[in-house]
Write a protein of this length. Structure first.
Length: 261
């Protein structure tokens, strides 16, 4: 099968963090401790990940993001872009994370409550720094609602409308996580990601559900996403980044560098 792609698809290692621990559940429930997020980050960097995504899984519950210390430590050994999300509520929160070594910040809960925050951060640091993080749950065929707080809280916002609004406010990238598929390793929500990537004028990261190489190929074949996020399947060694990259290249998908170190 040849799915020739004109754009280089990025492979993003997603690390959900609680305190100092890497954790993962299924549909954001039943969270289990896996190990050290920074140890895994170094492993994925050595394996050729294009980017790292650190998400504080409980930040919104406690009104804070506690990842600055982790990021400031890992950037001593890791030299690829790092996006940090969870509990970011102000320009000052962003400044703290950028000083720690983050390249981008992902906004969800605070942005749904006050969309102007997206513009404030974009004007302060540039749109390339702002990732709109969307947790989407299916409500009907072709319809999704945006959630916050790890898929627990409804926002009443239609996902497609919210993405359009967030991009208009200055978001330079969109991270779309299917709550229905997250941690299941049963494949991405292809209608969701196809719809969002078709309407978004900025890059889209697809997250939630990758368990096999074929799932990644299906995603880049059936949508215009710019990046594929992989979490649970990497953490439990069911997927290997070099294998995923090689399979995509063989299928005609443009990918980034083969190795970094």
């Amino acid at each position: 099968m040849d799915v020739t792609s004109p754009r280089p698809v990025r492979l993003v290692a997603r690390l959900d963090v609680k305190g100092k621990n890497l954790i993962k559940g299924i549909r954001f429930e039943g969270l289990r401790v896996i190990g050290s997020p920074n140890d895994k980050a170094r492993q994925y960097y050595a394996a050729g990940a294009d980017e790292l995504l650190y998400m504080d899984a409980v930040a919104s519950l406690y009104d804070r993001n506690s990842l600055a210390d982790l990021v400031s430590e890992v950037v001593k050994d890791v030299f690829i872009p790092i996006t940090v999300g969870g509990g970011i509520r102000s320009v000052e929160d962003v400044r703290t994370l950028l000083r720690a070594g983050a390249d981008k910040v992902a906004l969800n809960t605070a942005a749904t409550r006050r969309p102007g925050l997206i513009r404030e951060i974009a004007e302060s640091f540039g749109s390339q720094c702002v990732v709109l993080s969307v947790e989407a749950k299916s409500t009907a065929p072709g319809k999704w609602e945006a959630y916050t707080d790890g898929g627990r809280e409804k926002t009443g916002r239609d996902v497609l409308e919210w993405v359009a609004e967030g991009v208009a406010m200055g978001a330079g990238e969109v991270l779309v996580t299917s709550v229905d598929r997250d941690g299941t390793e049963k494949g991405f929500d292809l209608p969701l990601l196809s719809a969002i990537s078709a309407l978004s004028a900025v890059p889209v990261i697809g997250s939630g559900g990758m368990g096999t190489v074929q799932h990644g190929l299906d995603l880049v074949t059936e949508s215009d996403v710019d990046a594929v996020a992989i979490g649970r399947a990497l953490h439990y060694d069911r997927l290997d980044l070099p294998v995923v990259r090689a399979a995509m290249k063989e299928a005609g998908v443009a990918v980034r560098q083969d190795t970094l170190v």
